[in-house]
Ligand binder design. Sequence first.
Ligand SMILES: Cc1cc2nc3c(=O)[nH]c(=O)nc-3n(C[C@H](O)[C@H](O)[C@H](O)COP(=O)(O)O)c2cc1C
Length: 190
Amino acid sequence: MQDSILHEGINEVIGTTRLNAAPMGVILRGGRYTLALFKGSHTAENIVRDGWFIANLIHDPVIYVESAFGDLTDDVFTTEIIDSTEMHRLAAAEAWVAFRAEVIGQSSEAYSILLTPLREEILARSIHPVNRGFNAIIEAAVHATRYIMNHDPELEWLIRHHLALARKCGGEREKQAAGMVEELIREESL
Ligand SMILES: Cc1cc2nc3c(=O)[nH]c(=O)nc-3n(C[C@H](O)[C@H](O)[C@H](O)COP(=O)(O)O)c2cc1C
């Protein structure tokens, strides 16, 4: 299969496994797809058990925040049968790539996962002008996933910096996502 949807480097996608979604960074280097997958998440549990993963491309900052810090409802998923296996992806994905996923290494904290592409589909050819607000939400969400574990004040500063950028440069969905991250940080600092 040709590499057409994901690009060299780290692709910040919404990863789906069995009725679960979470932002994940699919690494593409030298034609090889891998995931650095921290232990303890639903995604890690599902990949180890089921051996598949779908990278969903969707340009909605609210979905990134909701799937990073909570669970999406089952009705956002749709089923694809690939290699006789039922796999779940986001119904609203603009494009997706299904992978076989196998553990090729592990440390006490994380698995190294090798991804082998099985099928991909482009459903919408939409144009996304570069927007610092959207990118700032991704940054804020990455920092917030760490902040909720260690409450590091430096991370809190970075999150607030990115939320301000999201509000300045983003549209309504970025502002909504910024409000959700801010609320999470507020609850964490109580
Ligand atoms: C943009 C972004 C990228 C992320 N990439 C990864 C990743 O590559 N590996 C990982 O283990 N967690 C990653 N995370 C953190 C997970 O999304 C987070 O731990 C999530 O709560 C896991 O959800 P789950 O329990 O439903 O799998 C990322 C978070 C964000 C916001």
